[in-house]
Design a protein around this ligand. Structure first.
Ligand code: 5GP
Length: 188
């Protein structure tokens, strides 16, 4: 049995907080880090590639994997399923990697229950106003979608106290450094 606990890092944060950017910088910085590729039933967006960004599954395929015990955790977010694949995480840990899971708050809570020694980091925007401005500046969402994301963000932020660490993403370089130090210290 592999030691999952000390090799798992969970990163969550509201949409627009910058968690994906921080994680891609961490992956560039240290090749002992590896990003878990989740499965989802949502449709691919833009340039997303199957097997790279996500494994894009039908609802039937996803539910079959649930019954075959194929997920470490899974959750519904909006109307879609998202799940961390056991085989994907295991393969990365067997390769000696520290595996980063970028997942929403319910999945993160399940991981903490299953693997109490795992590390959890919440990426926090400096303020709600900054978050709203970032979402608006993306210019990809309608007004309604922005307000919905802000609503979800407030609920997510209220769960940030359940995480081991909160990294405030005010200045990107500093946030990346902070997250890096936290992970490195944990792995010592
Ligand atoms: P998006 O559709 O924007 O790619 O992702 C929506 C939310 O689902 C994000 O908060 C993302 O971190 C989360 N997510 C992605 N993969 C997983 C997963 O495997 N499990 C859980 N619980 N959440 C996930």
């Amino acid at each position: 049995m592999y030691d999952f606990d000390s090799n798992l890092v969970v990163v969550s944060g509201p949409s627009g907080a910058g968690k994906d950017t921080i994680v891609s910088r961490l992956l560039e910085k240290d090749d002992s880090f590896s990003l878990s590729v989740s499965a989802t039933t949502r449709a691919p967006r833009g340039e997303e590639v199957d097997g790279e960004n996500y494994y894009f599954l039908t609802v039937e395929q996803f539910e079959e994997k649930i019954s075959n015990n194929g997920f470490v955790e899974y959750a519904k977010y909006g109307s879609n399923y998202y799940g961390t694949l056991k085989c994907d995480v295991e393969a990365r840990i067997e390769n000696g990697k520290t595996v980063i899971l970028v997942i929403e708050v319910n999945g993160a809570a399940n991981i903490k229950k299953l693997y109490p020694g795992s590390l959890s980091i919440f990426v926090m925007p400096p303020s709600e106003t900054v978050l709203e401005n970032r979402l608006r500046n993306r210019q990809t969402d309608s007004e309604e979608a922005i307000l919905k994301r802000m609503d979800i963000a407030k609920t997510e932020i209220s769960r940030s106290k359940d995480y081991d660490y909160i990294v405030i993403n005010d200045e990107l370089d500093k946030a990346v450094e902070d997250a890096y130090e936290i992970i490195k210290n944990q792995r010592k």
